[in-house]
Design a protein around this ligand. Structure first.
Ligand SMILES: Nc1ncnc2c1ncn2[C@@H]1O[C@H](COP(=O)(O)OP(=O)(O)O)[C@@H](O)[C@H]1O
Ligand SMILES: [Mg+2]
Length: 509
């Protein structure tokens, strides 16, 4: 008999062994991912405190690095919500620990990103992370921590408390990591620019290892309405969720149970559903057996009259802010923006926003430039696998009189309580049919608006040309005909010019 040794590993250990699935593939990707995760945490934190974000990022070269690989000190500071003292060590020292498991739109998903950055720093430099945070109370907390990767627990090396004289609120995180900034630089700068585009109410400052300062300044202090936490939608639940709800419910009958725990289920709909599912209204959910629960979920999925989820758990950017961001960062000649109505896939609500920017500083690339965003973060890798890329490829652009050699940038922003990412590294969005349809319709809508603009402009150009022909030749014709007729004074051509001008006005209307 062969004896096998079994062992169990912690979540931190799992991500330590498989760090590429969280985006920490190589020194260049790692430094990009670390900056990105921390900036996203800062933006989430400022938005949850409902203040326009001020984010400072600095990356400095640390001399002690291995000769073949540089090590850097990364520092990110924000004016966000801050973290309560007792949660600071776990927020950055425990994988899968976070405050964003709620059902509402956020950039972070499952307590991984920031912690992964710290973990990567630790395994490449063996140095602790330094965190300063205050929720705006009378105290500021300072921690130095490391991660016990095998136990998935923070190790607190130092804890200090200072008096918060200036009523400062926010978080500073500082740690060392190995990386290749110069290879990652184009992507990092592109990331910051696109982040500034899709968060036009944020100030983002970056000082790079050469001491160069990049500043992205807000153009507005108006922020999108914050998302509200929501209940699970019936079409989005499975047996496990229903079992958990039954465990915690105070309700003793199915009507109340359906009303209390599911999104947009009114008394009327609850009763209709129970009748449809042949479940007695007064049935006590706590007494349901496993088979009954499975059947309940099956019936929920096949009942067609649950109302679509409301979108107040989402926080789209809105047309004005999207336009402001595009004008600020891309400086086009013209831009059109659209927002689709809320839709759902598998019970998860989502909204698609699209835009097309034209001319100005948009370069002619010989192909469309695509900017992809999800929950107000830019997606920069794996473009060809993304749903928006495929949608653009499949469109018949000739219908819109648009061609690849025009200076065009297409923007697609998807926001949802659950973005259908294909990887935990949040790089590209899967082809869910419902999502694909909305993306396609959104781009079509923008293309139609652009087409209208282009044909209007074409018309104006033609008219301008026509007028210039008139104004060039009419004086000559007037002169010749006066001479031919042997008259002294020339006729007044201004009236004639005016009348062609008016006809332009009529045509325009
Ligand atoms: N800059 C910050 N300000 C406030 N809270 C933060 C900040 N960074 C991280 N956190 C807290 O730490 C938790 C873990 O962060 P992270 O590992 O990036 O996971 P996620 O963002 O997916 O939740 C977050 O859920 C949040 O509660
Ligand atoms: Mg995060």
């Amino acid at each position: 008999m062969v004896s096998q040794a079994f062992e169990e590993i912690s979540p931190a250990d799992f991500f330590y062994r498989n760090r590429e699935i969280a985006g920490f593939t190589n020194p260049s990707r790692a430094i990009f991912a670390a900056i990105r995760e921390l900036v996203e945490n800062s933006l989430d934190a400022s938005e949850s405190a409902e203040v326009p974000p001020d984010v400072f990022v600095s990356l400095t070269l640390n001399e002690e690095g291995r000769p073949e690989l540089e090590t850097y000190k990364l520092r990110v500071e924000d004016n966000g919500s801050g973290i309560t003292s007792r949660h600071i060590p776990s927020a950055f020292g425990q994988v899968l620990f976070g405050s964003k498991y709620k059902l509402k739109q956020a950039r972070g998903t499952f307590g991984l990103g920031g912690t992964m950055a710290v973990l990567y720093g630790q395994i490449t430099t063996h140095k602790p992370a330094y965190i300063v945070s205050s929720t705006g109370s009378t105290k500021v907390y300072i921690y130095r921590i490391m991660i016990d990767i095998q136990k998935n627990k923070p190790i607190i090396l130092e804890r200090r408390v200072l008096i918060n004289k200036e009523e400062w609120r926010g978080t500073i995180i500082e740690f060392f990591l190995e990386g290749d900034y110069f290879r990652a630089m184009p992507k990092i700068l592109e990331y910051l620019k696109q982040t500034a585009l899709v968060n036009p109410y944020a100030n983002i400052t970056f000082v790079d290892p050469k001491g160069r300062l990049y500043r992205f300044t807000r153009v507005t202090t108006k922020m999108p309405l914050p998302p509200k936490e929501t209940l699970p939608h019936p079409y989005g639940v499975d047996v496990e969720t229903v079992k958990r709800l039954i465990r915690v419910t105070p309700n003793r009958n199915m009507t109340d149970f359906m009303k209390t725990h599911f999104h947009r289920v009114s008394e009327k709909i609850a009763l209709k559903f129970l009748e449809f599912a042949a479940i007695p209204r007064g049935r006590n959910p706590k007494k349901m057996g496993p088979q009954e629960i499975v059947q309940l979920v099956r019936m929920i999925k096949s009942f067609e009259e649950f109302r679509p989820p409301s979108a107040n758990c989402l926080s789209p950017l809105g047309k004005d802010l999207l336009k402001a961001g595009i004008l600020k960062e891309l400086k086009p000649e013209y831009t059109v923006v659209c927002q689709r109505k809320p839709s759902t896939y598998a019970g998860h609500p989502f909204i698609v926003e699209t835009a097309i920017a034209y001319g100005g500083e948009i370069p002619k690339k010989g192909e469309f430039i695509l900017y992809r965003f999800a929950n107000r973060i830019p997606l920069l890798y794996d473009e060809a696998s993304d749903v928006s890329f495929r949608a653009i490829k499949n469109m018949n652009w000739r219908r819109y009189k648009v061609s690849q050699d025009m200076p065009l940038a297409i923007l697609v922003h998807i926001c949802s309580t659950k973005i259908p990412y294909k990887t935990v590294g949040k790089e590209f969005i899967a082809d869910r049919p419902e999502v694909k349809k909305e993306v396609l319709n959104g781009i079509r809508e923008a293309a139609r608006l652009l087409q209208r603009f282009l044909s209007k402009r074409e018309h104006v150009e033609k008219e301008k040309h026509r007028l210039s022909v008139f104004s060039k030749y009419l004086p000559k014709i007037a002169r010749f005909s006066t001479e031919l007729a042997g008259r002294e004074s020339q006729p007044d051509i201004n009236k004639l010019l005016e009348s062609v001008n008016t006809s332009e006005g009529t045509a325009k209307r």
